[in-house]
Design a protein around this ligand. Structure first.
Ligand code: GLU
Length: 469
């Protein structure tokens, strides 16, 4: 086959949802894997439902996911002249015809067909009448009356459709608009698309599209229809099953790498490997491993993968994703050693970037919020002396490298006769306001001497205040 050309063809009537993103991902990965091209086409012929906000939302989501396109975006609404040309080709060659039957008449024919045990269909009244164009005429495609149309689907296998069951379907509406099936075929032909991976909600359209390819003398593309994503109750994925928009996951603190990794696993597998980097996916993605059974969307699994990606991402890179969340909380976060240091203490304990920004709070605020219970339990008078001793030592130490700290702590423990556990929690509460945090030594190292000393002194004051009460 010549160079692989795939495409993503969303209709802009809402945000980019999980299912759409997965379709885009499969087509994009396949193009990248095959060193082919990936085309983006916006199917905005439904003028009533298409909005600019949706178009922008789709671009924004794709960009965030890192799904880039080589050609386009093409807009169907700017291509009417091309559809017209192809419509005329079919009408001139007698493969399509004008039909002037009214909506009521067609409805009657459909009822009749059903009543006699068949599929509801147009009865071909105008097929041989040689009608000309009128204001209300539609153009219908002359479907073969006999035989079969075979969809050789690379995911589902062969699917055979009886041509008898298809009617002469409309390819141009009375208002001059091409129908979906017609526009898609003309676009895919003229854009050189030769591999179409999409949701299996389009299977029923495909025989019509195959007939159009044949009528237009164009080679058939490779079709692969992937099962739709389901919710936990095995019904079609919808809002009931959790956030559906891709950018909602961005806003909830998920990494695009994790979302992509999760999406690909909803319909594709590689042994039992769960974690993939994008580079790995590009190397490994293939059509034979696309699954025939529906993937079930599981938000907890997505969250677990997000935690894995947070852990695996180099701190400098993770910083760029975390900064907006820190800024949102009003922290003066910027790239640099302080932030990468913070990240190394939090990246194994954060499931989302929001959680991470929350845990990073004590690194940035001037006034710690103390957990009252923790203060009561751990900042007590018996710890005053060891804490003061430690503060003094840390203030005068030549550096605060972890080994130095260890020596200083040991000295305090030896002098006062207390155990490490006895001083560790008070120090933790003094430095963070809380009882759970990263390790003491690494925190001290990152917070730096000034913050550490001032926080320890503040704790000492708190204890002394209690004492004088
Ligand atoms: N615009 C169609 C949709 O959003 C996709 C068309 C196609 O993939 O052929 O469902």
């Amino acid at each position: 086959m010549s160079q692989v050309v795939t495409r993503f063809a969303p209709s802009p009537s809402g945000y980019l949802h999980i299912g759409g993103a997965r379709t885009a991902l499969f087509s994009w990965l396949y193009a990248r894997h095959m060193k082919g091209k990936f085309v983006l086409r916006i199917e905005d012929t439904d003028l009533a439902r298409s909005t600019q906000e949706s178009v922008d939302a789709i671009f924004e989501a794709l960009e965030w996911l890192g799904i880039d396109w080589d050609e386009g975006p093409f807009f169907q609404s700017e291509r009417f002249h091309i559809y017209k040309e192809y419509l005329e080709k079919l009408a001139d060659s007698g493969q399509a015809y004008y039909c002037t039957c009214s909506v009521e008449e067609v409805e009657e024919m459909r009822k009749k067909a059903t009543a006699s045990g068949g599929k509801p269909k147009y009865d071909g009244s105008c097929r041989e009448k040689g009608r000309g164009k009128t204001d209300s005429a539609v153009i219908r495609f002359k479907s073969p009356l006999m035989g079969t149309t075979v969809l050789e689907d690379v995911v589902k296998g062969n699917i055979v459709f009886q041509n008898q069951e298809m009617d002469d379907f409309i390819i141009q509406r009375s208002d001059g608009m091409p129908t979906y099936n017609f526009a898609v075929v003309v676009d895919d032909i003229t854009m050189g698309v030769n591999t179409i991976l999409r949701g299996d909600d389009h299977v029923m359209n495909t025989p019509k599209q195959i007939l159009l390819y044949k009528a237009l003398n164009s080679p058939l593309p490779t079709f692969g229809h992937v099962p739709m994503v389901l919710g936990h109750d095995r019904t079609r994925l919808s809002k009931r099953h959790g956030a559906m928009s891709v950018t909602a996951y961005r806003d909830m603190g998920y990494l695009p790498q994790a979302v992509l990794n999760y999406l690909v696993r909803l319909g594709w597998s590689f042994g039992d490997q769960e974690f993939f980097t994008i580079e790995e996916l590009i190397t490994k993605f293939n059509i034979p491993n696309l699954g025939r059974s529906a993937g079930v969307f599981n938000p907890e699994k997505l969250t677990a993968l997000n935690a894995d990606h947070i852990k695996a991402m180099p701190s400098e890179k993770l910083a760029l994703y975390l900064i907006p969340f820190l800024k949102q909380k009003g922290y003066p976060a910027e790239e640099g050693n302080y932030l990468t240091g913070i990240i190394t203490t939090l990246n194994t304990r954060s499931k989302t970037l929001i959680e991470m920004a929350e845990s990073a709070s004590f690194y940035y605020v001037d006034q710690l919020e103390y957990d009252e219970k923790a203060v009561k339990k751990f900042l007590k008078t018996d710890i005053l002396e060891p804490l003061a001793m430690l503060t003094e030592k840390l203030a005068n130490a030549k550096d605060l490298a972890q080994e130095t700290q260890e020596t200083l702590f040991k000295e305090v423990l030896e002098t006062t006769g207390i155990k490490f556990g006895k001083i560790a929690q008070p120090v933790r509460v003094a430095l963070t306001g809380k009882t759970a945090s990263p390790g003491i030594f690494e925190m001290i190292d990152i917070l730096g001497r000034d913050r550490v000393i001032s926080r320890l002194n503040h704790a000492i004051k708190l204890i002394s205040g209690q004492q004088s009460k």
